[in-house]
Design a protein around this ligand. Sequence first.
Ligand code: ATP
Length: 691
Amino acid sequence: MAPPGPLCILAGAGTGKTRAITHRIAYAVHSGAQQPQRVLALTFTARAAGEMRTRLRGLGVQGVQARTFHAAALRQLHFFWPQAIGGAAPEVMSHKAAAVAEAASRLRMQFDRTTVRDLAAEIEWAKVNLLTPQSYAARAREQRREPPGLDLTAMARLFEAYEDVKQRRGVIDFEDVLLLTVGILDEREDIARTVRGQYRQFVVDEYQDVNDLQQRLLDQWLGERKDICVVGDPAQTIYSFTGASPRHLVGFPQRFPGARVVRLVRNYRSTPQIVGLANTIVSSGTQAARDGAVRLLAQSEPGPAPELTSHPDDPAEAAAVAERIRGLVAGGHPAAEIAILFRTNAQSEAFESALTDAGVAYLVRGGDRFFARKEVRDAVLLLRGAARSDDDEKPLGEITRDVITGAGWSHEPPSGSGATRERWESLTALATLADDIAAAAPEARLPELVAELERRAAEQHAPAVQGVTLASLHAAKGLEWDTVFLVGASDGLMPISMAEGPDAIEEERRLLYVGLTRARKQLFLSWSGARTPGARATRRVSRFLAPAADILGQGARSEARSGGSKRSAPKVARLAHCRSCGAELVSAAQRKTGRCDDCPPTYDEATFERLRAWRLAVARDASVPAYVVFTDATLTAIAENAPSDEGGLSVISGVGARKLEQYGSDVLAILAGADPQELIEKRSATKDSDD
Ligand SMILES: Nc1ncnc2c1ncn2[C@@H]1O[C@H](COP(=O)(O)OP(=O)(O)OP(=O)(O)O)[C@@H](O)[C@H]1O
């Protein structure tokens, strides 16, 4: 326990930060060195403040103020406003959107709701960086900001108009709460003295996330005093785009000469194998990125080595992950102790869908499930309308893109990140789904696409109480699971293609570090070579993994191309040339059957017809479209290869472990000459007796 005075705790991932500071406060209180009501503990979320209060209560400490910066400032603003300004403090707007929209319309600018959200976020960024409408453009240029749909001068005008709208309405926003508190403390020495008299000791959790505005307020609260303890991990700074900066944490010893710096390096969360990988990833960053980051020492029992697998395309990666999870859950692993972590929310659909197919319950953390997102619901509505007049002229993917343009999709991605980009990504995921369906079932049109979307939506909306967590890397911060699947570990996703410049790339590396360090026992990394089945594999494994090739294998080096899961057997149906004429196979459906469109099928017609009759009956029974049982391409491949056992059947593309289990014996029986009708009757009889 360090004595009072400036203290900087540099604590790595999983080292028990909150535990360390709550024990420190409790020690100060129990030893009589500090009165609880003289301690102000600051956090970044209300949830963290609540957790800190609970933990302190658990240690027998009552009366410590554990609050967010915002809540602490708001209390003071309300208290001191009558004395400093007169009257009651103005009302705080809960959202900026309405005021931003009004400011825009005054300037005769028009934006959709998503863009308004991004513009509001940009104003927030400006204000936490202590910028004014006058100083905004210059700094924004320096920082390569890209507000959506506006150049920086126009953005500055919008910022100014927004401030004006607020003033006329007599309201303030969240940042004003801090700015005005700072203003009052700056100008009223008497009030500053009162505030400083109340709090003697300051503790700040997650200090790497502090922004300039919060730091300014903290400086005011402190005055000349030095009893401050900050705890943070520079390697987990992942909110720079909102204005957070590890500069304050890393520069703490310079600002407070004589400050004690303590490093917490014992990681209690993860196996040495996982910790080793996390250390390697951090230590391969730039010098600036390594500043202050600690090298972790694992305290847990050893476990399996982290695995890296590559897959031909996104659906194949999602299916492999879902299958692996199904196996784990079937073997007794609690689903709630498993997470799938990805870089962008748009990636979640493929995994939601694959988990649904595998019969595994899941929940999406920190965001809506894919089909609950507004843009997706709007697009599905438009597609449903268009399905009534689908004229069959254009390919399904193309007509889908035409339709979803009405929901805000564009061929080119919008510049910058934020809500606009996320919406575009979600809509693009719908277009990709249309491509996948067209590849698997060339006869599918808009009505089939809509039916498939409705089926997925219905299944994916089923509430999951206990389930696998799906979360973006940002939403996973601070959490932990026994088993983590970190997916989409390819360049373009990790780092995200929008990340430009060394700082942005380092932030992406830190995001990966946050993801890796969420796992307690098992860590699976994966990536895929292409977005859609049959497309050329242009992606490469994430550049961040190359230094970890000793741990993850040679597949971690970026010259590696995806080549199917390390574990999966070669797929018969992935032949690149026609089995009859040797022509190159260009589409996914052709590759599945191993035959070009010009060559006649080599299967026995009668067997194929019996398979089709069986598929139709099974699909009707389950109330799903036929291609959900097996696509035409898979059925053709089954008939052409005519495998005689499960091993032969399992290597055909489209026959995963679950389908093998569900339909394998029926299919093999049909290939051996059984009557589909009899099999269906037997199926229904078994089902009835199970019910
Ligand atoms: N001293 C300790 N002894 C044993 N286990 C501990 C100790 N401190 C923390 N743990 C356990 O280690 C894990 C990580 O702790 P915690 O979540 O508090 O870490 P953290 O520093 O906040 O991590 P992160 O920043 O990565 O989210 C938890 O499961 C916690 O129960």
